[in-house]
Structures are given as C-alpha cells and as structure tokens.
Design a protein around this ligand. Structure first.
Ligand code: ADP
Ligand code: ZN
Ligand code: MG
Length: 479
C-alpha cells in the first residue's frame, strides 16, 4: 500500500519582551538558576498576575502577519497538569477564545507554491526547566528546578494538518521563523529554545481523505531534528501498517543521538487537562483601532519583500526567495545594495562564495567575516574593471581571513587587472610565438582554438590580464 504522510505543527515561539508575561521578572537567557523569579511566577499563594501589554501587541502582530483574524474578545484559561517545572500546577494558556484564528502562509515546494493554513495562535506562559544531575532524567540521582523560564511569554502557532513531507514541514517552520524575525517579536534562536515545535505525524492510504492516527513528538528545536524525526516516524509508521498493525496515538520523544523516536506516554486529550477560564485575569478586549494601529506598524513581510526585490532588481523568483528567506539574509542584501554595488552580482556572490564559506564553517550570515560593505566594495572593483571575477575570488578569500578593505588587498597583493595594452601585448606576442599549433588551428578556420591562447595569456599574467582586451588583441593579431 502507498501511504501519504500528514503533518501538523504546533510551534512555540518565545517572545522578546523585556519582562515575563504576568510579572516584572526579566526574560534574559542564561542567568544563574532561580534569580529571575518572584512570588507571581513562583505561583505563591496570595499574589495576582497582570498581563504584559507587549505580549498582547506581539501576539496580534504575529496574527496579522500570518493572515489571521484577530479575536477582539479573547481570554486566558488554565490548563491543569502536574509537573515539577510548573509551580502553580496549571499553565495559564488560551483555550476556546485564542487571540488569533484562521490564518495562512505560503511555502515553496518542488511542485510550486503551497498555502498552509493556521488553525490558531494563542498566548501562554512557558514552564521552568529541570536540570538533571546526570545526562538524562533516567541516569540522574537528582534534578534541580530552574524557574527562570517560568512565565516567559510564548506564542503557540498551530497549523492545520496541511503538510505532506518533512521538507514541507521544514519550509513551513522556516517561514514562520522568518515572519517572527521580520516583525521582531522573537529572537528565534533555536539553540536557546526560542523556537521549538511539537510535530504531529500520521499516515493514510494515498487518495484517502480521512486522517490516520497520529503520534506527536515534543519540543523539536532544530531544522535537522525536525526533518530527521519526521522521516523516521514516517518509516516507523509505514512498517507498523505494512505488518497489519495499528499506529498508537501517543506522545513520543525524538532522540537525536540515536536518530529514533521513543514512546513516552499515550497521548492526552484536551479534556484530560480540565481547562477552565482563568479567574485571576480579565478578558483581553481589543478594538478595530488598536488592531489597525498594529497593522500599520508591521514592516514589509518576506513575501512582499521577495516580490519587490524581484521586480526592482530583475532577480529570479528563486533568487529573491532565498535572499528574503530570513531577516538576516534580507538585511545583508539591502546593506550591500545600499553600499552601491550591482544587485544581481550581490545576489550571485551571496548565493555562491559567501553561502559556500558560511556553510563550510557553519556560520550564520549575521556572523559573516565578510561584511556586506566589503563584499559590495569588492563587487564595485569588478564593475570598474579593476579586478576580474576570477581575481575577485582570491580577494574574497583574503577578506574572509583579514579585516582589510578590498582596495587594500588588491593593492598589497598586486591583483590589479592589467588593462594596459602595452603590457598585455608583450605577453600576447610571446604566447603566439610559443604556441604554433593553436595558432595554425585558428588560422585554419577553427575559431575555438583562440580559447587555448587566451588561457595561456591569462596564465602568463597570473590571471590579471583583462580577458576582453586579450581576446580582442589575439583576434586582431591572428587576422
Ligand atoms: P493537541 O495536540 O494539543 O491535542 P490538536 O488536536 O489541536 O492539539 O492538534 C494539534 C496539531 O496536530 C495540529 O497542528 C494539527 O494540524 C495536527 N493534527 C491533528 N490531527 C492530525 C493527524 N491525524 N495527523 C497529523 N497531524 C494532525
Ligand atoms: Zn516573576
Ligand atoms: Mg499537541
């Protein structure tokens, strides 16, 4: 039997507010354990929460940026469960009246653009963190609890089960990440857990419209983990079904070290949580005016920016997509364009040598040793004819490991392109004298033979002769 994978993501996105969602404690990452806590986020009796206005603003902006309807009447609910990292024994979240519903975003797939629907976006508080004495909870004699993260504001962004492959899930999560970065509501540092996903996967026979039984993998916080976990789970479920078995609805955990998913518990249902309205917080009531104000404050979003740079600079849809795929990429491109270099050349270099070097060293473009201004400076030297594209590769390599401006590198290393015809002529004459065979071939009618001669001149000039000048001169001399 052929199966189709059906995937839905619940993405948790930590908001970059200065303080927590219901108290004034700071949200900064990496502080000493239990130093960012107060009676409210510790859940001590007799204290009351107040909603951080910024959280509501960020949630509404996230909703608008993902084409959601904003619920003008929204409320908080208690999701009850016991775990040591949750001091109140309930998580203040949203249940039946979330802040935003019915959105959609577009992703690129090999078959073209595809729209992924968002079910909802709601606000909630993060839980604390267990710090095990060993590597895992199983081999630990004890665990500490760090409540610094308790009460850090989160958005939960829930997709409809519209995704059909690990690659689509990745493209979707990348899109959500880009949007949250563009609108500046989250740092989206996945390694710090700012962005993590619960991934729901099921299979069904190709052509079937019904949903199969799903498993859910919690807290996946890297794109590689997302892709690997989904592919593993598709394979595992396929085997179960092929052997005539049933997939059990359960929560599984992804173990990146072993590259497998493991069963944790049978999956809980909403009624297990005894959701109830949060009596300590008033409902969130917003107005059309406020929503419109937030809408006008939104920056240009990835899709709009893509369309714009495609049109403004004559870039391909594909290139424009890559150049706007993250806020950092888009900002790098913009800075290089602002520095006065040709946009198409910038695009080529960003997706060529720059991407290659960043990948090799696993660097983010934000940390690129070659800044947009220096890349632009180098491209301007190509445009002026001071260096050839080939020499530029050397200059780029030098810039990667030094702080020098391209002009200085070109001067220090003697990389200036030779356009002086006298100097080139001497080399051309020597090459013609030393290479009778290609000369005869060319003069005998094989025009392609000139390539070998151009190559010799370039070699003799150590790549510095201007290839256009060389070509022209050879053609003239050979008649
Ligand atoms: P919860 O997991 O908290 O119980 P939901 O039932 O709303 O919440 O589902 C959460 C996610 O699971 C959504 O992203 C949804 O698209 C996805 N999902 C629901 N049913 C399936 C299914 N049969 N296969 C794959 N994903 C599913
Ligand atoms: Zn606090
Ligand atoms: Mg879930």
């Amino acid at each position: 039997m052929d199966y189709e994978a059906v995937i839905g993501l619940e993405i948790h996105c930590e908001l970059k507010t200065k303080t927590k969602i219901f108290c004034g404690c700071p949200t900064t990452f990496g502080a000493d354990q239990n130093t960012h806590v107060c009676p409210v986020c510790l859940g001590l009796p007799g204290v009351l929460p107040t909603v951080n206005k910024r959280v509501v603003e960020f949630a509404i902006k996230a909703g608008l940026a993902t084409n959601c309807e904003i619920n003008k009447y929204s409320k908080f609910d208690r999701k009850n469960y016991y775990y040591p990292d949750l001091p109140k024994n309930w998580q203040t979240s949203q249940y039946d009246l979330p802040i935003a519903i019915h959105g959609h975003v577009d992703i690129d797939t090999p078959e073209g653009r595809k729209t992924i629907r968002l079910t909802r976006i709601h606000m909630e508080e993060d839980a604390g963190k267990l710090v095990h004495s060993g590597n895992t909870i199983k081999d630990s004699a004890s665990s500490d609890i760090d409540y610094n993260r308790t009460g850090v504001p989160l958005l939960e962004i829930v997709s409809e089960p519209d995704l059909r492959s690990a690659e689509e899930a990745r493209a979707y999560m990348e899109k959500i990440k880009a949007i949250m970065e563009y609108i500046d509501v989250s740092n989206c540092r996945m390694e710090e857990g700012n962005l993590r996903a619960d991934v729901n996967v099921s299979l069904r026979p190709v052509g079937s419209q019904e949903l199969g039984t799903r498993t859910e993998m919690k807290n996946i916080n890297s794109f590689k983990g997302l892709v690997d976990a989904i592919n593993y789970e598709i394979e595992r479920q396929t085997e179960v079904l092929d052997e005539g078995g049933f997939v059990r609805q359960e929560t599984r955990t992804w173990d990146p070290a072993q590259g497998i998913t493991l069963s944790m518990r049978s999956k809980e249902n909403a009624h297990d949580y005894r959701y109830m309205p949060e009596p300590d917080l008033p409902p969130i009531v917003t107005s059309d005016e406020l929503i419109e104000k937030y809408r006008t404050e939104l920056p240009e979003l990835p899709d709009a920016r893509r369309a714009r740079i495609e049109k403004d600079y004559g870039l391909s849809d594909y290139d424009a997509g890559i150049l706007t795929s993250s806020r950092a990429m888009a900002e790098y491109f913009d800075a290089a364009v602002a520095a006065g270099a040709d946009a198409k050349l910038i695009a080529n270099w960003m997706m060529g040598d720059l991407a290659k070097n960043l990948n090799a060293e696993e660097l983010d473009i934000k940390d690129s040793p070659v800044e947009p201004e220096r890349l632009a400076g180098m491209i301007k030297l190509i445009e002026k004819g001071t260096i050839s594209s080939k020499i530029a590769k050397k200059v780029f390599k030098e810039m990667w490991s030094s702080k020098d401006v391209p002009e200085k590198i070109v001067k220090d290393k003697g990389l200036v392109q030779i356009t002086d015809t006298k100097a080139i002529e001497a080399i051309v004459d020597k090459v013609i004298a030393d290479n009778p065979k290609p000369v005869a071939d060319y003069q005998g009618g094989n025009k392609k033979a000139i390539g070998a001669l151009v190559g010799q001149v370039m070699k003799a000039s150590r790549g510095k002769a201007n290839p256009q000048v060389v070509n022209k001169m050879l053609a003239e001399k050979l008649g």
